[in-house]
Design a protein around this ligand. Structure first.
Ligand code: 6PG
Length: 467
């Protein structure tokens, strides 16, 4: 039998969808899934269900799978991030030859990817850590793909990855070589950090509106916004979600208000802390999810507090719209600032306009704003340094404050809007009280401070005791 061009390990939802996407583009592929426990039938069922003219060979034996591939072999791992990736790599290595290529397409932690990249260098096996966004539908119809590793390795698989990727408005693939070692997974991680905050903002808007409006009415507001510059995948799915009914009631209303997570928002936030970048929206979105998970305590404390407030103030939808635009800009600005710092820190030379471009289609945070960002980055290094963006923030600051005042008056938690507002007023305040922090640090720890009236290269320490 002829050898195939590409192999996929792991037939979960994403693995299956990517396999079909590839097969549909005319690639001859092999797929592998283990056959233990309740996975006995996974491969045979997949092959049975997908025989319409595709060349897909199915395996439950890893060695046979590897042998079915043309050399240099190209193998995409779509397995659970973490130890499983290491275990599969360990099993594959003895079966592979030099110049073969392993691509990890899961949501792996970028520091694990850096380690794997280094470890595999000596064995002359290429390793590509590849972020893939778009969920099941994106994977099937065209995801956004963020590959990292060596440029040489990428070139060997570029053809396949670019064929299955989504296309931007100019028909270019939403797949580009991102940078060395873990850069691809880093970019996917920050994508998710931005995603967490975008989801949180929509959830807060839903909370603000739901006090006085039903789901259908909220969906209408989102629909109107989605006709212009606020359009995007997340607002579109939110409209569908708000409208979905089970019998006579809305499905959303019976979903437990306790948000889960798989770790990427947490990693992005930790990285922001490590690199000293105040990417506060993603951090607050992670904390908002964590707080939501304390459901029992919230129910108990809420009963204990026993507050019942009638909404008196009128909710102004125009104010919410401007506040939403404002907070989204801050969120995207922070995400790209984090990427900029990481690029410097890890020596990745990340191309901003290209990252924004490959996020204009296929991925979860695709939006009209992302298309605008891709254009802005061609001429400005950061969103806040773009005059047009600055003017929007300046003119919508008051609306964010109004939305927050409504939220506070009605005890509606609004971490995202609150954080965006504070970031903006902090960043546009020339004198912050950090002089006091410096003095306190110097007082108890002799950490020294700089003076505004002396060269910044000099450090000072004082004896602060006044008596
Ligand atoms: C994507 C998504 C995808 C997944 C995340 C989110 O870009 O396609 O981000 O990767 O939905 O894992 O997961 P959590 O919200 O569970 O952390």
């Amino acid at each position: 039998m002829d050898k195939t061009e590409f192999g996929i390990v792991g037939l979960g939802v994403m693995g299956k969808s990517l396999s079909l996407n590839m097969a549909e583009k005319g690639f001859k592929i092999s797929v592998y899934n283990r056959s233990g426990g309740d996975e006995v039938q996974v491969v045979s069922d997949f092959i049975k269900e997908n025989q319409k003219g595709y060349t897909i060979l199915g395996f439950t034996d890893l060695q046979e799978f590897v042998m079915s591939l043309k050399q240099p072999r190209k193998i995409l791992l779509m397995v659970k991030a973490g130890d499983v990736v290491d275990r599969v790599i360990e099993q594959l290595i003895p079966l592979l030859s030099k110049e073969d290529i392993i691509i990890d397409g899961g949501n792996s932690y970028f520091k694990d990817t850096q380690k794997r990249f280094e470890a595999l260098k000596d064995s002359l096996i290429h390793f590509i850590g590849c972020g893939i966004s778009g969920g099941k539908e994106g994977a099937r119809k065209g995801p956004s793909i963020m590959p990292g590793g060596s440029m040489g390795s990428y070139k060997k698989v570029a053809n396949i990855l670019e064929s299955i990727a989504a296309k931007d408005n100019d028909g270019k693939p939403c797949c580009v070589y991102v940078g060395d070692d873990g850069a691809g997974h880093f970019i996917k991680m920050v994508h998710n950090g931005i995603e967490y905050a975008e989801m949180q903002l929509l959830a807060e808007l839903y909370a603000l509106m739901s006090k006085t409006m039903d789901n259908e009415a909220i969906a209408k507001v989102f629909f109107n916004w989605s006709q212009g510059d606020l359009s995007g995948y997340l607002i579109e799915i939110t409209i569908d979600i708000l409208k979905k009914k089970e019998g006579k009631s809305y499905l959303l209303d019976v979903i437990l208000d306790s948000a889960g997570n798989k770790g990427t928002g947490n990693w992005s936030s930790k990285e922001a802390l490590d690199l000293g970048i105040p990417a506060s929206l993603m951090v607050s979105a992670v904390f908002a999810r964590y707080l939501s998970s304390f459901k029992q305590e919230r129910v108990q404390l809420s009963a204990q507090l026993g507050l019942k407030r009638d909404i008196t103030q009128k909710l102004d939808i125009g104010i919410l719209e401007r506040a939403y635009r404002f907070a989204r800009i801050i969120n995207h600005h922070q995400g790209f600032q984090l990427i900029a710092e990481a690029s410097k820190n890890y020596g990745w030379q990340i191309n901003f306009p290209e990252i924004a471009r490959i996020w204009t289609n296929g991925c979860i945070i695709k939006s009209q704003f992302m298309e605008d960002i891709a254009t802005y980055f061609k001429t400005t290094p950061s969103l806040l340094s773009n005059k047009h963006i600055f003017e929007i923030l300046k003119s919508s600051e008051a609306s964010c404050l109004d939305a927050l005042q409504y939220a506070l008056a009605n005890r509606i938690p609004s971490d995202g809007f609150w954080t965006a507002y504070n970031y903006w007023i902090g960043m546009t305040t020339a004198q912050l009280p950090a002089n006091l922090i410096q003095a306190q640090r110097d007082y108890f720890g002799a950490h020294t401070y700089k003076r505004k009236d002396k060269p910044l290269g000099l450090s000072f320490h004082s004896n602060w005791k006044t008596s």
